[in-house]
Design a protein around this ligand. Structure first.
Ligand SMILES: C[S@@+](CC[C@H](N)C(=O)[O-])C[C@H]1O[C@@H](n2cnc3c(N)ncnc32)[C@H](O)[C@@H]1O
Length: 214
C-alpha cells in the first residue's frame, strides 16, 4: 500500500501533479509530488493514524466507495489505486457536480449519481471489487453496506465501514450503538477484523474492517 507516513502525518503521491483537491498542502520529494492527507477531513486517514492494520489497498485495486461526497477521501484512494478504479456512489446532485469536476483530472474515478440503498440500480455499471468502503453517515449504514458487500465484493476482498454513532441514535451511548452494529454484521455472516475509534479526529465514530465468508 503506497501511503506515506511520518509520525502523525500522512500523504499520498499525487497522480495529478500541481492540483489540490480540498486545499491540502503539496510537498515535493525528488521528482514526485505528495498531497498531505488531513485526518480531520478524511476518516480513512484518521483510522490509519489510529492503528488500522491489515487493511489492503493496492495499486491495481477496484474499489466501490459509498458516500463519495465531493471526493476528499476518494481523491487519496485514487492516488493509491493509480492502476485501478474507484466506483464512487453519491446521491446528492450538489456534491456530484464537484465530484464530476474532480474526475476530469483523475481518470480512475467513475462517478455514479445513485442511491447506495438500491445497489441493483447500478449492478450493470460496477464490477466485482477488492474493497467496499462505506461512509454515508445514515441510520441504515450497516444494512446498505451489507447489501453492497453481498453484490460486489470479490472473494478475499475487504469492507471498511465508517460508523457515525450519532446518525443512528443521538441519545444512546456510542459504545452500545457500535456493539449493536457489530451484532447485526456478525449475524449476517460478516467477520470483524478490527475496530478503530476515530477520536480525536472525529467524535463518536468508529471504523470497522470487515470480511465476508464465501
Ligand atoms: C460523511 S459524508 C462522506 C464524506 C466522504 N466519504 C469523504 O471522506 O470525503 C456522507 C455522504 O454520503 C452521502 N450519502 C448519504 N446517504 C447516501 C445514499 N443512500 N446513497 C449515496 N450517498 C449517500 C451524503 O450525501 C454525503 O455526501
Amino acid at each position: 500500500m503506497e501511503i506515506y507516513q511520518k509520525d502523525d502525518m500522512l500523504a499520498t503521491k499525487n497522480i495529478s501533479p500541481g492540483l489540490r483537491v480540498y486545499g491540502e498542502k503539496l510537498i515535493n520529494e525528488g521528482e514526485d509530488e505528495y498531497r498531505l492527507w488531513n485526518p480531520h477531513r478524511s476518516k480513512l486517514a484518521a483510522a490509519l493514524l489510529n492503528g488500522l492494520e491489515n487493511f489492503k489497498l493496492e495499486k491495481d485495486f477496484k474499489v466501490l466507495y459509498l458516500g463519495a461526497s465531493t471526493g476528499t477521501t476518494v481523491s487519496h484512494i485514487s492516488d493509491v489505486v493509480s492502476d485501478g478504479i474507484i466506483y464512487a456512489v453519491e446521491f446528492s446532485p450538489v456534491s456530484m457536480r464537484k465530484l464530476n469536476n474532480l474526475c476530469k483530472t483523475r481518470p480512475n474515478i467513475a462517478p455514479l449519481l445513485n442511491d447506495a440503498t438500491k445497489p441493483k440500480n447500478y449492478i450493470d455499471l460496477v464490477e466485482k471489487v477488492d474493497l467496499v468502503y462505506c461512509d454515508v453517515a445514515q441510520p441504515n449504514q450497516s444494512e446498505l453496506f451489507m447489501k453492497n458487500m453481498n453484490l460486489f465484493l470479490k472473494e478475499g476482498g475487504q469492507g471498511l465501514l465508517m460508523i457515525k454513532a450519532r446518525s443512528i441514535d443521538v441519545v444512546q451511548k456510542p459504545k452500545k450503538i457500535f456493539k449493536e452494529e457489530e451484532r447485526k454484521l456478525k449475524s449476517n455472516g460478516f467477520s470483524i477484523l478490527q475496530k478503530v475509534k476515530l477520536e480525536p479526529y472525529e467524535k463518536d465514530h468508529a471504523g470497522f474492517l470487515i470480511e465476508k465468508s464465501f
